[in-house]
Write a protein that binds this ligand. Structure first.
Ligand SMILES: Cc1cc2nc3c(=O)[nH]c(=O)nc-3n(C[C@H](O)[C@H](O)[C@H](O)COP(=O)(O)O)c2cc1C
Length: 373
């Protein structure tokens, strides 16, 4: 290995006691490829196994904690105990290759396709997403809110029983947890909304419930991470200033990590702060050394990754790149970083071990993956 890349290969010890062997994470990515009954498919297991040999940690695609939270066709289920063997199959496949396995737990809220939830699309308030033809969600009752919080805990217990090393609470990308934090989607006037402070209530209740379940059920070290999106484009919508307050509070919740969701690691805030430094710098400054941060977004080459880790983030995640080149980490380790592939090769689906539904989405969405214009 070229010694300049050594910082990418230092082990890291998380607060809970789990150790990761290097600083490169596979980002959570939905693959639309699970079986109709919600179990993980063989194609999916092979896709993960192919990518778990180099990275230190794999965060799975999101899994829904409640039937009305299913956000994607071909999303695997984490909402009932009979899914534990399926969840275990995936955890085993990842761990057998040497990475630690983190299950991303999720509820889609107003973004779920209505046909997946018998038309019963729910959210914090009856406010649709922006854009033509978006369904008007039904506002969740107080009891339903409490029940979904417990469901996040229940899926965490299943993750523990299935042998995962941790869970990541999906508070990003506009899904239910973010919908409760957002002034766009949360117009409630009860304890779950009505003021800036009350919009923290749901995300924090989920964190507290998940941590409670871990304390009660985990027999060994078990991680809890939290993912967030720093800003929303809508008005009203989450601003960078809102997010800095959110993560300031999350940093005191004894989480194992915070994981920002960004398309570009170096992007700058659109509003809320008068500061032209990249968002990632503002995030790190706010949390300091209270909690490690995972950075992400358009990291393709070894030098991209090095430059990102040199900002002081503890870990970096690769999303599209680890689909494009599953041997990314091994190549850097073996001094072959010049051989890293950074554009998807349309003729290599089999070699890359990508299930059909994900492959079709990739090759039919211009501009999403490098190499598909
Ligand atoms: C195919 C695909 C599926 C994704 N699914 C999820 C998901 O389930 N959960 C999530 O938090 N982010 C999801 N993301 C976002 C990625 O985790 C990541 O933040 C984003 O792709 C930017 O990183 P990249 O530039 O390295 O791809 C997905 C991205 C892709 C490309």
């Amino acid at each position: 290995m070229n010694s300049k890349y050594a910082p990418l290969f230092e082990p890291y010890d998380f607060r809970s006691g789990v150790q990761v062997k290097n600083r490169v994470v596979m980002a959570p990515m939905t693959n639309f490829s699970s079986n109709q009954d919600g179990t993980v498919s063989d194609a999916e297991v092979q896709y993960y196994a192919r990518r778990s040999g180099g990275v230190g940690m794999v965060i799975t695609a999101c899994t829904y904690v409640t039937p009305n939270g299913k956000g994607f066709h071909g999303e695997f289920a984490g909402d009932r105990d009979e899914m534990i063997p399926s969840l275990k199959k995936l955890a085993d496949a990842i761990k057998e290759q040497g990475a630690i396995a983190i299950l991303q737990i999720f509820h889609g809220g107003r973004q779920v396709p209505p046909e997946l939830v018998n038309g019963d699309v729910v959210s914090a308030s009856a406010v649709p997403s922006e854009g033509d033809g978006k369904p008007v969600p039904r506002e969740l009752s107080h009891e339903e809110v409490e029940s979904i919080i417990r469901d996040f805990g229940e899926t965490t217990r299943r993750a523990i029983e299935a042998g995962y090393d941790g869970v990541e609470i999906h508070g990003a990308n506009g899904y239910l947890i973010q919908q409760f934090f957002s002034p766009h989607s949360n117009r409630r006037e009860d304890e779950w909304g009505g003021s800036f402070d009350k919009r923290f209530a749901f995300p924090f209740a989920v964190v507290d419930e998940v941590k409670k379940v871990v304390a009660e059920h985990a027999k060994s070290s078990f991680m809890v991470g939290y993912r967030f999106s720093p800003e929303e484009a809508e008005t009203p919508g989450i601003t960078m200033a809102d997010t800095l307050e959110l993560i300031d509070k999350l940093a005191d919740k004894d989480l194992d990590y915070l994981h920002v969701s960004l398309q570009d690691f170096w992007s700058v805030a659109r509003r809320g702060v008068d500061d032209s430094r990249p968002r990632i710098a503002l995030i790190q400054e706010k949390v300091g050394d209270r909690v490690p941060v995972i950075g992400v977004g358009s990291i393709h080459t070894a030098d991209d990754a090095l430059k990102a880790i040199e900002t002081g983030v503890q870990l970096i995640a690769l999303g599209r790149e680890i689909i494009i080149d599953p041997d990314w980490v091994q190549k850097v380790k073996e001094g072959k970083e010049s051989e890293i592939v950074t554009k998807i090769d349309k003729s290599k689906q089999k070699e890359l071990v990508v299930p059909d539904p994900l492959w079709n989405a990739i090759i039919h969405t211009p501009g999403w993956f490098p190499g598909i214009d």
